[in-house]
Design a protein around this ligand. Structure first.
Ligand SMILES: NC(=O)c1ccc[n+]([C@@H]2O[C@H](COP(=O)([O-])OP(=O)(O)OC[C@H]3O[C@@H](n4cnc5c(N)ncnc54)[C@H](OP(=O)(O)O)[C@@H]3O)[C@@H](O)[C@H]2O)c1
Length: 255
């Protein structure tokens, strides 16, 4: 237990140092105020926490997930937060990433909400544990669709709008297992590895078009929770709610 606390403490310390050094080096921090931010899996967990961070910073958040009631609840909760800066009512769009054929229409719907999407956070995901021998092909397919084919299909639909608008940022939420596969996680690790490979290719292709591509290797839940708390505090303390546009890449090197 002590080791876990030391690891979490150490990690949080590194995050703070990296954030401070990044701010110190930044000559012109850009603001996410008024930016359009689409977050998948925004009805719970990390996606909901992300939605709050961007909502507080004055972004126009578009919340995607399957469960419209949970999305409504998230939207209501955000709108009851006591935020001094200008905020925008979240837009909710129910979607099922497994329904690949519907995703280009959903992407178009998202673009139509505010005429553009500046930041796409592909966060929705499905975890799965099972040995290679126990994991059926059907399970592999489901995990691959939700964690890989869904996000890349949605990305294709959105990124064309980003290119037309001269830039944007795609953030793909991955895991340590997107780099390092461990026992009992073959389906999950394979899908996250695929997402990493796609993102690396996309980043290179988009470099000249002003679209940034970041992969966040999210640590396991307790650490993710600490990072979320840290980001919330960070925003509270930062006058005007501005942040550097490349904040996700700030965290990328940590996992
Ligand atoms: N938590 C961790 O410890 C951890 C560690 C490493 C990486 N990650 C990654 O971080 C991301 C978020 O994880 P989390 O723990 O916050 O997840 P979570 O609490 O289980 O939330 C998953 C979100 O994805 C949505 N979702 C699931 N299936 C979907 C589908 N078919 N179509 C559309 N939306 C769907 C869910 O909403 P609905 O049910 O309403 O659809 C929910 O909002 C995932 O990509 C995960 O792989 C998490």
């Amino acid at each position: 237990m002590l080791t876990v606390y030391l690891a979490v403490g150490g990690l949080v310390g590194v995050v703070i140092l990296l954030m401070l050094s990044r701010i110190a080096r930044s000559t012109h921090g850009t603001t996410v105020q008024d930016k359009v931010v689409l977050i998948t899996g925004a009805s719970s967990g990390l996606g909901e926490a992300c939605a709050e961070v961007f909502f507080r910073a004055g972004a126009k958040v578009i919340l995607f997930s399957r469960n419209s009631e949970k999305l409504e609840a998230t939207s209501k909760r955000l709108q009851t937060l006591n935020v001094p800066e200008v905020t925008y009512s979240p837009v909710i769009v129910p979607l099922d990433l497994e329904d690949l054929d519907s995703l280009s229409d959903k992407a178009e719907q998202a673009v139509q909400c505010h005429g553009r999407v500046d930041i796409l956070i592909n966060n929705a995901g499905l975890g799965y544990r099972g040995t290679c021998l126990d994991t059926t092909t059907a399970v592999h397919q489901k995990v691959m669709i939700i964690n890989y084919f869904g996000p890349i299909t949605l990305t294709r639909g959105i990124i064309q709008n980003m290119v037309q608008n001269g830039g944007g940022h795609v953030v793909n939420i991955s895991s340590v297992q997107g780099r390092m596969a461990i026992p009992h996680r073959s389906a999950y690790a394979a899908a996250k590895h695929a997402l990493q490979a796609y993102s690396d290719t996309l980043r290179a292709e988009m470099a000249s078009k002003g679209v940034k591509v970041t992969v966040l290797w999210t640590p396991p839940q307790p650490v993710a929770w600490h990072l979320t708390q840290l980001l919330r505090r960070f925003f509270k303390q930062w006058k005007g709610g501005t942040m550097n546009s490349s904040w996700p890449s700030l965290l990328t090197g940590l996992q």
